[in-house]
Design a protein. Structure first.
Length: 278
């Protein structure tokens, strides 16, 4: 495995390809691609040029606001640091973990405190970007929420029919505002890297770097590398839909079927009305 100083990546989004044309470096040449809605990352190592497929995130990405920083949209990793204090009293140690994540190349790096709305925002943001394949969880535990335990249980176990996270003792682990499709995509798209209770920024830095590697590398029991984008389109979703437009998103299959029949009925009535007017 090469040293950090001899391995680097060049990302060229589709929207910028014509602008860049050809970019020469000491290791290789970027070549124009006619692929639609895709981006290629070139890996230059010891004069060998390779590429992997990346995709553009959803146009609304990231749909949810929060205490996070946005970094490289084509990065394979996001960082979530558990918060155990008030938002205006975040210690410098936790701020550093978030900052190191984004500086090292994470797509998103921020804090999370609650095991319901906080998770729902994370899910919405991550499923909107199929390039994100890992979630690094760091920081302490939030004693009142058991946020770290609940987040790991969500990724490992999912939710039950009531959208309660399975296998956690958190007091309110319900994801009422998410479609089951989004929850399952989140779980299948991501692999967890558990660095909770680790306060060393260098561990976050090393974990992010490992996620970028073309060939699998071992990191604290995990085999990490960038496999490219998840092979499904990004999903769109926003929590405010359930507040401002509660009819717009359905909760379960019975609601989905009811909504479909209602739309079909409205379409028939509209067609009949036009026919009568004609």
């Amino acid at each position: 495995m090469s040293d950090l100083n001899t391995v680097w990546f060049l990302q060229v989004p589709r929207s910028q390809q014509k602008f860049f044309g050809k970019i020469r470096s000491q290791h290789g040449v970027w070549k124009h691609s006619e692929e639609v809605n895709t981006s290629f990352w070139l890996r230059f190592e010891e004069g060998v040029e390779r590429h992997m497929l990346k995709v553009d995130p959803h146009p609304d990405y990231p749909p949810e606001d929060g205490r996070y920083l946005r970094g490289n949209d084509f990065s394979p990793v996001a960082v979530a640091i558990i918060l155990n204090c008030d938002a205006d009293k975040i210690p410098i140690e936790l701020q550093n973990l978030v900052r190191v994540g984004i500086e090292t190349g994470a797509a998103l790096s921020g804090t999370v405190q609650t095991e319901n709305i906080g998770f729902e925002k994370i899910v919405c943001n991550i499923v909107g970007n199929p390039n994100i394949r890992y979630l690094i969880v760091g920081g302490p535990e939030s004693e009142g929420h058991l946020t770290g335990e609940a987040l790991k249980a969500l990724i490992q176990n999912g939710v039950d029919e009531k959208k309660r996270i399975i296998g956690t003792n958190a007091p309110h682990p319900f994801l009422f505002n998410l479609r089951l499709e989004m929850i399952e995509r989140f779980r299948s798209q991501l692999s967890l890297i558990d660095l909770q209770f680790e306060g060393d920024p260098d561990l976050i830095r090393k974990a992010v770097w490992c996620c970028y590697q073309e060939n699998p590398v071992e990191f604290r029991g995990y085999s990490l590398h960038d496999a490219g984008a998840y092979p499904e389109p990004p999903l769109a979703g926003k929590l405010t839909w359930r507040v401002t437009q509660p009819w717009a998103e359905v909760i379960d299959e019975s609601e989905r079927e009811g909504k479909r029949k209602a739309i079909e009925l409205m379409d028939r009535l509209k067609a009949r009305s036009k026919k009568d007017q004609g």
